[in-house]
Design a protein around this ligand. Structure first.
Ligand code: SF4
Ligand code: SF4
Length: 400
């Protein structure tokens, strides 16, 4: 694709990267076939190829309007298009850069500004979210039945954080919403790691990974979160931790992208790259460990929803399935396994109609074989699937 970036865009440190990504697209349109929003809305501009055209216009000084912003807002950032694209177009990276530009050029309505303000001021802050969530739980009984399922009940963990010190150490990320919504996940992971003679370290007052702000084009806020994390984690890297382990694939993919996001920052680029390469999903780590084969699953049937952030973002496929099969679970084949459940961070909140349609389809395919349970690898997907499922939904680590 020929490109002619505006002089202003050419001055950006990432202009060569923008040009490279735009030029790598050959307009074949293969990506449209696996794009959830294209499949739901049937509009070329709500598919990856059309959005790349829109982004090209943004960078070349063409018309940028509210319509441009809406088409980009409707993208789930699921990156299924990247998995399908035969030319390796880095669509997600282009979209994130482009959203920032559009945000500068197209003002949002007052209502949208207020909603975004509260989302950005509450969700990425663990204690603010915890307070709000526990209030919602207390008032759950007052909510109409349809709404009650959307406020998940939290089962309190029965494990304690292991205290044995092993030679092998990893940093276990906590995230911002997971400690409130599903506190048992990391405790379970810590217990499993301890049994493998690996010490899970955690950081007190760990901040948000920055994903939520990054995808809302609040780039200053996300960069601040990233820098804070790098500063907090770096002493552990220097002390020789083996890995930075994520149990929520939405956070994991973001941290793995730190190297790309911070590549133009003279102070943080190198550290960000190192941190990104050290980061792994818990399934990657456990797959590499020699966990003894067992039959704890006793043939129970499991429908696994591999989150987009794990399968398309981190390119981790078949890790969870293999681990669970080795533990005696029967993994069911799921139609549309590559499709998004519609959760996508705050997408379910900001783009409710599309999101609900995707959720209904996903639940249909997950439940059609009548599994004993549905499992996933990201707290956002877990909570969202739970809100519509008739089958118990949990993090796959619960099955170990
Ligand atoms: S992003 Fe990839 S699959 Fe989509 S039109 Fe461009 S080259 Fe083709
Ligand atoms: S990221 Fe997902 S929703 Fe967005 S264009 Fe790609 S496939 Fe479509």
């Amino acid at each position: 694709m020929q490109t002619k970036l505006t002089p202003l865009i050419q001055k950006r440190p990432d202009s060569a990267e923008i040009e490279r990504i735009l030029r790598s697209c050959v307009h074949c349109g293969f990506c449209n076939a696996t794009c959830p929003t294209y499949n739901v809305l049937g509009d070329e501009l709500d598919g990856p190829r059309g959005r790349i055209y829109l982004l090209k216009q943004v960078f070349e000084g063409g018309d940028v309007s509210k319509a441009t912003q809406s088409h980009l807002d409707r993208c789930l950032t699921c990156r299924a298009c990247e998995t399908t694209c035969p030319s390796g177009v880095r669509y997600g990276r282009l979209l994130d850069i482009g959203r920032g530009e559009v945000e500068r050029q197209v003002p949002r309505s007052m209502r949208a500004k207020v909603v975004r303000f509260f989302v950005q001021r509450i969700l990425p802050y663990r204690w603010r979210f915890k307070v709000l969530f526990s209030l919602a739980q207390r008032l759950r009984f007052l909510a109409p039945r349809s709404l009650r399922k959307k406020i998940p009940e939290v089962s309190m963990p029965s494990y304690c954080w292991p205290t044995t010190k092993h030679k092998r150490q990893v940093l276990l990320l906590e995230g911002c919403v997971q400690p409130a919504l599903a506190p048992a996940i990391n405790l379970k992971v810590a217990t499993v790691l301890d049994k493998l003679a690996i010490t899970p370290l955690k950081i007190k007052n760990e901040g948000c990974c920055g994903a939520l702000s990054h995808h809302l084009a609040a780039h200053q806020q996300s960069t601040d979160f990233i820098k804070r994390n790098i500063d907090q984690w770096w002493p552990y890297v220097e002390a020789g931790i083996e890995a930075i382990v994520s149990t929520a694939s939405g956070c994991g993919v973001m941290v793995k992208d730190y190297g790309d996001i911070m590549q133009y920052d003279a102070v943080y680029a190198e550290k960000a790259r190192r941190i990104a390469t050290l980061t792994c999903d818990i399934s990657e780590l456990l797959l590499a460990e020699a966990i003894p084969v067992s039959n704890i699953g006793q043939g129970a049937s499991v429908a696994f929803h591999n989150p987009c952030t794990l399968q398309h973002g981190q390119k981790v496929v078949n890790a969870v399935e293999t681990i669970l099969q080795r533990q005696g679970y029967q993994l069911l084949e799921i139609d549309g396994a590559q499709d998004c459940c519609g959760s996508a961070g705050v997408y379910s909140f900001l783009q409710r109609a599309i999101s609900q349609r995707l959720l209904t389809e996903k639940i249909f395919f997950l439940e059609v074989m009548k599994p004993d349970m549905i499992v996933t690898a990201n707290v956002g997907c877990q909570t969202y699937l739970q809100s519509a499922s008739t089958v118990p939904v949990t993090h796959w680590i619960d099955l170990l």
